[in-house]
Ligand binder design. Structure first.
Ligand code: ADP
Ligand code: MG
Length: 273
């Protein structure tokens, strides 16, 4: 599991994360939700050691993040950030191949090539394997980055808004693939999810963040409720059910609100405290 204790983070003088204590279970699909600016990406970047920890402690399966060598960490955890800037004159297959670097350090073996082929197939990228990244669409480039992360073959996958730019079919395929990794091969996935219904349909465990704090945590049933979500997003939200799971609705305005632009004060934020 990933254990986070007393984690605080500042950017300049601005506090971004406030004394976070959080345990992320192994062998689960965990969704991190919350409004823009809640600190989700910052938290993920700290766990992925893309930023140094300023205060607090993070442990991954017993490995202390502050002392674990990078090569060891790269075999335990693969990360896909929210902003992916990469040389555009790189071919799709080459990018995916980078995922194997921690295994072969520049001398790929047949098993590494097989892992790349599997990842390309898993993300529908075979026809695009030899295209340059600046010659594919945003969604196709996103799938190439995901394939690289998968090819790394780690126990933990940390993904920041992986559904960005993906159409409905590819979004669903990705969530199903993540669920498969968790249930079929006991891997652990932590993913930031912007559209909460993907968390509703697929996540085992949901962590809700707002203003640099964890405000709710638990199975979809307990986190995806009207009071929690309305307070989390400062907007009225209805929760229905579908396939025995929560289905979150936010396109219908209640008549009593009058304006289609309700003030934040209309949301029952007291219910979170
Ligand atoms: N490089 C930066 N400089 C200043 N503030 C930043 C920087 N990156 C993020 N922030 C601020 O940190 C807060 C959390 O950001 P982030 O972790 O990206 O949130 P989320 O991923 O939940 O949308 C936001 O208020 C954001 O404006
Ligand atoms: Mg973010």
């Amino acid at each position: 599991m990933i254990r986070i204790n007393g984690l605080s983070h500042h950017i300049g003088a601005a506090p971004i994360l406030h004394d976070i204590d959080l345990t992320l279970p192994r062998g689960k699909l965990v969704a991190l939700i919350g409004p823009n600016g809640a600190g989700k990406s910052t938290l993920l970047r700290l766990v992925a050691r893309l930023e140094p920890v300023q205060q607090g402690r993070i442990e991954i399966d017993g490995l202390d993040l502050s002392t674990t060598p990078t090569e060891r960490l790269a075999l335990a955890m693969a990360v896909m950030g929210q902003q992916t800037h990469i040389a555009s004159r790189l071919r799709v297959a080459e990018l995916v191949g980078f995922g194997r670097w921690p295994h072969h350090h520049g001398r790929p073996r047949p098993a590494d090539r097989a892992a790349v082929r599997q990842a390309l197939a898993a993300f529908d990228l075979e026809p695009l394997a030899h295209r340059f990244l600046d010659e594919v669409s945003g969604g196709q480039a996103q799938r190439a980055h995901l394939a690289m992360t998968f090819a790394q073959g780690t126990d933990w996958l940390l993904l920041d808004e992986p559904l960005n730019n993906l159409d409905m079919a590819h979004s669903r395929t990705l969530m199903a693939r993540l669920a498969d990794l968790v249930r079929g091969s006991g891997r652990s996935v932590v993913t930031v999810v912007h559209e909460v219904n993907y968390a509703a349909a697929w996540a085992d465990h949901i962590v809700a963040m707002k203003d640099g704090r964890i405000v709710a945590e638990g199975p979809p049933e307990t986190v995806l409720t009207e009071p929690v979500l309305s307070a989390l997003y400062d907007t009225p939200i209805e929760v229905s059910r579908h396939d025995d799971r929560p289905l979150v609705l936010h396109h219908h305005w209640h008549d009593q609100l009058g304006s289609p632009f309700p003030k934040a004060a209309d949301a029952p934020s007291h219910l979170l405290h």
